[in-house]
Design a protein around this ligand. Structure first.
Ligand SMILES: [Zn+2]
Length: 298
């Protein structure tokens, strides 16, 4: 997904619309894969093919649609876009305090806090083998599963957010694609077999170092049941989504975007947003954020 973006200049980002592979002519890169040969996931029977888009540097390519750039707050409606702003790929947001790595994960020796040669950030460096323990954001992947004009949500059986509702989602595992992971999490949390249809949103939360990718998906069977990490799972009509009982800001934003798109009759949009959590706020304060750098396909 990260390859799906190209910084064209200081004020715009362009994203190509999703097209069948047969119509693609790539000028930079094409990523595509079929899920049918996946070996790491337990839901291979649900696998269909996902079609990834190309990236092109051609501004005149009619397949491109510029994103609208907006900045909104959590108090505003998602469509309440009041200002355009330049996109900066170099802005660093405040982050929650990271756990200190005191011992080397490779040899077990003590680690020191220092700036490695050629770097500009303090890292944990092993005092014996000199290896650096880099701490980088994690990818969370999930599905927006539509079925009979309803959306699948799971009630969490684990902390954080115990008893609150989420889109089926979780951390991406080594060896799997984002789409594979989203389908796997949906199977694990709701025992739902799905086919990935298209990407829906990429949401970054720099404060906690999480990056979310949600995919639209459809059921390949009609059965759902709570997995080991879920108390319940249900399909909700858009009008009944429990916005007051969602677990995280990412879920609130994703579902709000989804409902706004539905109201606008636009069900194929793709969103990219940065969710800036209020420094010091807890994960349970899902409204303590500002939504910035909101790009959406037209
Ligand atoms: Zn070491």
């Amino acid at each position: 997904m990260l390859r799906a973006f190209q910084l064209v200049d200081s004020s715009s980002i362009q994203l190509q619309r999703w097209k069948p592979l047969t119509s693609l002519v790539s000028s930079i890169s094409i990523t595509n894969r079929s899920f049918s040969s996946s070996t790491s996931c337990c839901c291979s029977s649900s696998r269909g093919s996902i079609l990834f888009s190309q990236i092109s540097s051609s501004r005149g390519n009619s397949l491109f649609r510029s994103f609208r750039i907006s900045s909104i707050s959590s108090q505003s409606s998602v469509d309440d876009v009041s200002s355009s702003k330049s996109f900066s790929s170099t802005t660093l947001q405040p982050t929650a305090e990271l756990p200190k790595v005191s011992f080397c994960q490779w040899c077990g020796a003590a680690a020191k806090q220092a700036i490695p040669d050629g770097d500009d950030k303090i890292r944990s460096i092993c005092t014996a083998c000199d290896k650096v323990a880099y701490q980088n954001p994690k990818m969370v992947v999930g599905c927006l599963v539509e079925h009979d004009n309803m959306i699948l949500l799971c009630k969490r059986k684990i902390q954080p957010g115990y008893g609150l509702w989420c889109l089926p989602s979780g951390y991406m595992e080594m060896g799997e694609s984002a789409a594979d992971g989203a389908a796997r999490e949906t199977l694990e949390e709701a025992c739902a077999e799905v086919k990935i249809l298209s990407p829906f949103a990429h949401l970054d939360i720099p404060y906690i170092g999480n990056s979310y990718i949600f995919f639209r998906a459809k059921m390949t069977s009609s059965e759902i049941s709570p997995g080991p990490e879920s108390l319940d799972c249900r399909f909700f009509p858009p009008s009944d989504i429990p916005f007051d009982s969602l677990a995280f800001s990412s879920m609130f934003v994703a579902l709000k975007l989804y409902v706004e798109d539905l109201k606008a009759g636009q069900t194929t949009k793709f969103h990219y947003c940065t969710i800036n959590k209020r420094p010091g706020s807890s994960a349970s304060d899902i409204h303590a954020y500002t939504l910035v750098d909101h790009f959406r396909s037209q």
